[in-house]
Write a protein that binds this ligand. Structure first.
Ligand code: SF4
Length: 413
């Protein structure tokens, strides 16, 4: 988002950001209008790592295209980039890399414009957008971005692209029919246009996008200053909305709620849980130290009650993984804590490192030989048993189905 005189220039990221969080659009608009300083970029090493991987993925796909088709690259941010892109389209270049499309206030830079033999008025060909994304499945924001480019292309070349393509992290190309998504895209774009023309009041409600948002520090500070209900650990958005209708809007409000209060939309046990959580957070704040309550009367099958009774021979296993290494990730460290047989001496810790698939599999197999049969349900459910020692338990905190490989889904032998 950028103001150029009276024109507010909007890009694809403005549409996807708005779809993720209207508050972010409000703040970005303030920056564009010069009424608020731009936030410092959050120095997040993992975000930088993802950016680097994304660029490498894009470069790898570009190299693949260059091997079989003519590619023209439009210099990034050159003032005549839109004209050069149009010129390359008119010449029928196979692939235009990082072209610029401009229509009214909208400005887009798709990774690739791909020539297809579908005529438009002046040329016997036209172009469709393609974007390289590191994700292994298509995400909503990626589709919105493609729709944005398709809309710009429709304006620039006079014919709407029939398809748009995502090049996913494993180089798989997934193609989407533009017509299926354009109605939703136009609705989001219309809402964005209204939001920047007449900004509504917005609040920094926490959303997934907060994890990668440069406004996080400002929004987090605002929530703390307001003692916002989202600070209650484990509270959900729908619970907050239900409480808001009763004017319960702060952690302290919730902590002070009488035990007999009922809230429509929140079950009794859920209400007790979040009220007690709020209460202990407020108490910790007031006393200036971490405090805790032991939960009495835990229901069987819930929380820690899901764990089986301790048994000699129990192993405590932790998997550390990198979801991007070697293409589809690797569990690179299997750490095992084994309590001493006498129950009194110090437990032993064994780290098993893996730097490739063979190492990953060997780490799992070598250690799991001691428990001849360990059954693990992936996710939240843990069903531990061993045949050799039926009372022994295993409680991994991550799924390992791929790592188990030939050992079978969710089962280590
Ligand atoms: S930090 Fe979260 S609430 Fe704040 S602007 Fe960003 S996405 Fe929105």
């Amino acid at each position: 988002m950028k103001r150029e005189g009276p024109t507010l220039r909007l890009a694809a990221t403005d549409v996807t950001t708005f779809a993720a969080c209207a508050r972010a659009t409000t703040l970005d608009l303030d920056v564009a209008n010069g009424t608020r300083p731009r936030p410092p970029l959050y120095p997040d090493p993992s975000a930088q790592l993802l950016r680097d991987r994304g660029l490498a993925h894009e470069a790898a796909y570009l190299a693949r295209l260059r091997a079989s088709r003519s590619v023209e690259e439009i210099p990034d941010h050159s003032p005549d980039a839109a004209d050069r892109t149009l010129d390359a389209m008119a010449r029928g270049v196979d692939i235009i890399y990082q072209g610029t499309l401009r229509a009214g206030p909208w400005l887009g830079r798709p990774d690739f414009l791909v020539r297809v033999e579908r005529p438009h008025g002046a040329w016997p060909w036209s172009y469709e957008p393609a974007d390289a994304k590191l994700a292994l499945t298509a995400k909503v924001h990626a589709l919105l971005q493609l729709c944005f480019y398709a809309e710009l292309l429709a304006d620039v070349q006079g014919v709407r692209p029939a398809h748009m393509t995502l090049v996913l992290g494993d180089m798989h190309e997934e193609t989407f029919a533009t017509a299926r998504y354009e109605a939703y895209f136009r609705w989001v774009r219309r809402c964005l246009e209204q939001a920047v023309a007449s900004p509504p009041p917005t609040y920094p409600e926490p959303v997934d996008h907060c994890d990668v948002c440069d406004w996080f520090s400002a929004c987090d500070a605002r929530r703390h200053a307001d003692d916002h209900l989202s600070l209650v650990a484990g509270i959900t958005t729908s619970q907050r909305r239900a409480l808001d209708l009763l004017a319960v809007r702060t952690v302290r409000d919730l902590a002070a709620t009488a035990p007999d209060v009922r809230v429509e939309g929140i079950g009794d046990s859920a209400l007790v849980r979040i009220r007690e959580q709020a209460r202990i957070q407020v108490r910790g704040r007031d006393e200036g130290k971490p405090v805790y309550d032991l939960i009495a009367g835990v229901e069987p099958g819930h929380g820690l009650m899901r764990l089986p009774a301790p048994s000699p021979g129990d192993l405590f296993i932790d998997f550390e993984g990198d979801p991007y290494a070697l293409g589809d990730g690797i569990e690179y460290l299997l750490g095992i804590v084994e309590p001493a047989p006498d129950g009194a001496s110090e437990a032993s810790y064994t780290p098993l490192w893996a730097f490739d698939r063979a190492g990953e599999r060997a780490a799992l197999r070598s250690r799991c030989r001691c428990a001849r049969y360990v059954e693990i349900c992936i996710g939240s459910s843990v069903v531990p048993r061993t045949r050799s020692r039926p009372s022994a338990n295993a409680s991994p905190d991550h799924g390992v189905s791929r790592a188990a490989g030939g050992a079978g889904e969710g089962r280590l032998c």
